[in-house]
Design a protein around this ligand. Structure first.
Ligand code: ADE
Length: 376
């Protein structure tokens, strides 16, 4: 289709024919990408499984941050059958630090589904991919185009922005999206659009002078500031919450609790605690949470510090306390474990919990000066 409205009918002055700028757009984009695209580890592979792992990571992790997680995950689970056989805890551990842990759980569920339904080979078509755990429309299209070179377009916020500018004043409508691709290599075209959005056609202050497609870009040609497209709403303010967390030690071990599988940080291990309710002090909150959740009766020994942590949609201040066990309580049956410091490395912990360890560990391994004091 050479009829995307914004690109149709831009006739260079003095020419009789109406050459569509689309072939030039594809050519310029693909040539630029092949010459100047970043050398990312998932770009040099044809293995659909490796591309799948990259696409899952890139759902919520920026390209420059994804590399170490990509390598670590693949070192641990080098192919789809190894992931399908894995236990959830070890998959979460391999994903640790990357955040949005539902991706890791979905990835393992996906591997199992692919083994069961497709004999271990990823399907190629968007409609089949879209049915797999953790795969939405965007990831299905990215996989189909990048791993299987299907002629489809994957449109995320980045690509949407690039196309909004290039096609300005028209907008992309879905049936036309695929037509943009024409006979271009689907992998290079899609990754070229992503790369353009990440490095050149950025949300603010796009680098138009360096853009390989500026000559056919509607926004560049007609607007004084092409970066003003698409219009942005006001930035959302991140709500702030406060929580209180308790560290209890017994026989050289720390009490940890596993979060429920479904929600935020599902399946990860953390120190028990919870939200501070209105009117409560952090110390009251930690005692209440312990009684309600664990069944243990505790007293606050001392505050250990406050850990500030940003999640994508909120900010949390975590008040960390050293707690002592009182008689009368009993640890409920549930997702609890008394963990030796040496075993902490084997569990997947949320980043905020990892940041509490320097505060918590002295409770089970006193610093050397205290251990030696009085020994002589
Ligand atoms: N974002 C999503 N998928 C990507 C990819 N394959 N390369 C770069 N950025 C991406």
């Amino acid at each position: 289709m050479e009829g995307v409205p914004a690109l149709r009918g831009r006739r260079p002055p003095g020419r009789g024919r109406d050459p569509s700028p689309l072939p030039a757009f594809r050519r310029s984009l693909v040539r630029w990408f092949r010459r100047s695209g970043r050398d990312l580890p998932w770009r040099s592979t044809r293995d659909p499984y490796r591309i799948l792992v990259a696409e899952f990571l890139l759902q919520q992790t920026r390209v420059d941050q994804a590399r170490p997680f990509y390598h670590r995950f693949l070192a641990r689970f080098p192919d789809l059958p190894s992931l399908a056989r894995a236990r959830e805890g070890s998959v979460l551990k391999a994903w640790e630090g990357a955040g949005y842990y539902a991706r890791a759980r979905h990835l393992r569920d996906l591997a199992r589904t692919v083994v069961r339904v497709y004999g271990g080979t990823l399907p190629h078509r968007v409609e089949q991919l879209r049915e797999l755990p953790g795969v939405g429309e965007y990831t299905a299209r990215a996989l189909a185009a990048i791993a299987f070179r299907r002629p489809v377009l994957a449109v995320d916020a980045n690509v949407e922005r690039v196309l909004a500018r290039v096609l300005y004043p028209s907008a992309l409508d879905e049936p036309e999206a695929e037509d943009l691709l024409g006979r271009a290599d689907p992998r290079a075209f899609n990754e070229g659009l992503m790369e353009l959005g990440q490095r050149i056609c950025t949300p603010r202050n796009p680098r138009c002078p360096r853009c390989p497609v500026r000559k056919i870009c509607g926004a560049y040609r007609t607007l004084p500031s092409p970066g003003s497209i698409p219009r942005r709403g006001p930035k959302a303010v991140r709500p702030r919450v406060s929580a209180a967390v308790g560290v209890v030690a017994r026989d050289g071990r720390l009490l940890l609790q596993r979060r429920p599988s479904g929600g935020l940080l599902g399946g990860l291990w953390e120190f028990p605690g919870g939200k501070i309710e209105p009117g409560e002090t952090p110390a009251q909150a930690v005692r209440r949470e312990f009684a309600e959740e664990t069944g243990l009766v505790v007293r606050v020994l001392r505050p250990l510090g406050v850990v500030e942590h940003d999640y994508s949609h909120f900010h949390v201040s975590l008040h960390v306390f050293a707690l002592g066990l009182r008689s009368g309580g009993r640890l409920r049956k549930g997702p609890y474990r008394w963990v030796k410091p040496a075993a902490l490395g084997r569990l997947a912990l949320p980043a905020a919990t990892r940041r509490m360890l320097p505060l918590a560990l002295p409770m089970v391994s006193p610093p050397p000066d205290r251990r030696t004091r009085g020994a002589g």
